[in-house]
Design a protein around this ligand. Structure first.
Ligand SMILES: NC(=O)c1ccc[n+]([C@@H]2O[C@H](COP(=O)([O-])OP(=O)(O)OC[C@H]3O[C@@H](n4cnc5c(N)ncnc54)[C@H](O)[C@@H]3O)[C@@H](O)[C@H]2O)c1
Length: 250
């Protein structure tokens, strides 16, 4: 148990990867976790409850406004909300000249519109409410090291992640000191998303040229999310926090 004992937290994209690791870490820290994902996050919820934690699962499409509103209606029934961590996202790789606009629209819908909808409703829920933990509420958006630089054949994804940083920087100013709002910017993390990206041996070798010489683990991102939600991060807002093995140094 920790300083998050008794708090309520929403984690999106909680079905697997970084979101599942965040849900488990927050539950271990004593939070009651509402796990949301496009696919019912039953395994994540079972893993938490089997370990003695408190979690509930819900199907939610972050790109769909009515689905996001339903998620926050469900959260309301749990009591005041201390933190929301938005991990839902999709990757997309294709050379620009072969990219149909429908694919661009889908990446933007999930990664950027989804961030807007989750962020707006999280802020609506947490703004001006009595603090559950004696601390300002927290909004943590999973962005990317691609929020800072470009990558050939990934332009819709890169644009969406640049956009997430723009939302965070603007909202942090609009809602300080009530809510602390940060982007967590992972480098390459060993998840199904990374495996799905069309990783040529050359690309993998380039990635492994990062100073730490390895991909990160989802649990290493979860630990930073936990820190950003806790009392020791009370003076951090509007930042993009890199957890990337030194791969970029913006
Ligand atoms: N893995 C990496 O190397 C890496 C690096 C930088 C940033 N990120 C970001 O971290 C986040 C999590 O990535 P991951 O590696 O865990 O990916 P992942 O593919 O393993 O997990 C993503 C989860 O999001 C869910 N999801 C997808 N679309 C959704 C939607 N419309 N609504 C709700 N849930 C949806 C999926 O079902 C899945 O459970 C993403 O935003 C990703 O862009 C990942």
């Amino acid at each position: 148990m920790s300083d998050l004992a008794g708090t309520n937290v929403i984690i999106t994209g909680a079905g697997r990867g970084i979101g599942a690791a965040c849900a488990k870490a927050f539950a271990q820290a004593g939070a009651q976790v509402l796990c949301a994902d496009l696919n019912d996050p039953v395994e994540t919820v079972a893993g938490i409850t089997d370990a003695g934690g408190i979690a509930q699962g819900m199907v939610c499409d972050v790109s769909d406004e009515s689905s996001v509103l339903a998620l926050f209606r469900k959260a309301e029934t749990l009591g005041p909300l201390h933190a929301t961590v938005n991990c839902a996202g999709i990757i997309h790789e294709r050379p620009l000249l072969e990219t149909p606009v429908e694919e661009f629209d889908r990446v933007i819908a999930v990664n950027l519109r989804g961030s807007f909808l989750i962020g707006r409703e999280a802020i609506r829920a947490m703004h001006g409410q009595p603090s559950q933990s004696g601390q300002p509420a927290r909004l943590i958006m999973i962005a990317s090291d691609l929020s800072y630089y470009g990558r050939e054949t990934f332009s819709p994804y890169v644009a969406s992640k640049h956009g997430v940083l723009g939302l965070v920087r603007s909202w942090a100013k609009e809602f300080a000191p009530d809510i602390l709002i940060n982007a967590l910017c992972p480098g390459p993390i060993d998840t199904a998303m990374l495996a799905a990206a069309n990783m040529t041996p050359e690309w993998r070798e380039k990635e492994l040229a990062i100073p730490m010489g390895r991909f990160g683990q989802p649990e290493e991102i979860a630990q930073m999310a936990l820190f950003l939600a806790g009392p020791n991060a009370a003076y951090i807002t509007g930042q993009g926090i890199g957890v990337n093995g030194g791969s970029i140094m913006p």
